[in-house]
Design a protein around this ligand. Structure first.
Ligand SMILES: *Cc1c(COP(=O)(O)O)cnc(C)c1O
Length: 364
């Protein structure tokens, strides 16, 4: 059955699928936002209607994710990449050291950004297994004096998820770009959590940083204002012009999630969706091989390989002909990657699983 508006099943790792009803709402409001006579794109970020938009977005994110009192929520720019650049600049003083846990490509980039700033310890690196697993956080040799401990809850390229909040002391900092809002997370366990919008929250252009108030006290004295968390917090994410439209879209997505049962329901849908595709991998008699070890199999990014390069190319082309796009895996893992964030429908997972079965039967 074709999707509404003849849309394809978009397995892109990001930017990615947004909920159709959110896109419809944005379309409805595009030319004249709720009687203001202009679109959100054209509106002053200092205007009353926009204050309401960003205020509601923050309040709804706090509700849906369960952000406790004592945390600032910032809507910044420069993506998750600028966050993992700003974090060591702000939170890693010259006399201190920070711990980094590397379970894939993004953690590695974050580590490299920190190494340019100060002293860093790599306390875990899954390189030898080509990043197919994550450790138990409690098993790691964390420096009790670390300025912070950084990890990536879901490695988007490898498809490896911790499925675990930290449970020990320390300033835990998490890049949750590709699994935020996909399942409940206990924000109170983190000094900071950040996530680029373009996976589970909205369009590209905005990154959310959730920072514990007491973590601000550990900031170095002086940073350039644009790179200073204090400055962004003091100015309510409006030290400079924020990504107005992207924040508005994120706000619509938060409301959509709240209407649809919050993160418990989101987790249930995502686990089922991922299960559909992992079953197709496991039921293929070895034709498809999952990259991640079973306990760390991401619900968001499903990575798998086929017996060879030619079959992979044929598979991706065959899927595309059936309206399933962006299945090519990252070159570091090879094979395929099916990214199925929150807004990706179950029907798309069913369609992919069916095609995987047919393809394996014909070529296996
Ligand atoms: C996509 C992604 C990033 C990079 O995000 P940008 O917004 O492009 O900077 C960082 N970390 C993770 C886990 C990601 O999935």
């Amino acid at each position: 059955m074709p999707q509404s508006y003849d849309r394809v099943f978009n397995f892109s790792a990001g930017p990615c699928t947004l909920p159709v009803e959110v896109l419809e709402e944005a379309r409805e409001d595009l030319l004249n936002y709720k009687g203001t006579g202009l679109s959100v794109m054209e509106m002053s970020h200092r205007s009353k209607p926009y204050e309401k938009i960003i205020g509601e977005a923050e309040a709804d994110l706090r509700t849906v994710l369960g952000v406790p009192e004592g945390y600032k929520v910032l809507f910044l720019q420069g993506g998750a990449s600028l966050q993992f650049t700003m974090i060591p600049m702000g939170f890693l003083p010259a006399a201190a050291s920070a711990d980094y846990i590397i379970t894939g490509a993004w953690g590695k980039k974050a580590l490299e950004a920190a190494q340019m700033v100060g002293t860093v310890r790599k306390i875990f690196d899954a390189k030898d297994s080509n990043y197919n697993h994550a450790p138990k956080l409690t098993s790691l040799d964390v420096d009790p004096n670390a300025a912070y401990i950084h990890y990536t809850s879901n490695e988007t390229i490898q498809g490896v998820d911790f499925f675990e909040d930290p449970s020990t002391a320390g300033n835990w900092v998490c890049d949750a770009s590709s699994d935020i809002l996909s399942r409940p997370m206990d924000v109170s366990k983190y000094a900071m959590m950040y996530a680029g919008a373009q996976k589970n929250m909205g369009p590209a252009g905005v990154v959310v940083a959730i920072v514990r108030d007491s973590f601000f006290d550990t900031l170095v004295e002086k940073t350039h204002p644009m790179l200073d968390y204090r400055v962004h917090a003091e100015n309510g994410s409006m030290y400079n012009t924020p990504a107005c439209w992207s924040i508005y879209m994120c706000g619509l997505v938060y409301k959509y999630l709240l209407r649809n049962g919050g993160l418990a329901a989101s987790a249930e849908r995502n686990q089922k969706k991922a299960g559909t595709i992992y079953s197709a991998i496991d039921g293929s008699g070895g034709f498809y091989k999952g990259h991640a070890v079973p306990e760390n199999r991401s619900w968001m990014n499903i990575t798998f390989t086929l017996p060879n390069e030619d079959l992979t190319t044929e598979f991706i082309a065959g899927a595309k002909a059936k309206g399933m796009i962006e299945l090519k895996g990252h070159r570091s893992v090879g094979g395929c990657r099916a990214s199925i964030y929150n807004a990706f429908p179950q029907e798309g997972c069913d369609a992919l699983a069916q095609f995987m079965g047919e393809f394996a039967a014909a070529r296996g």
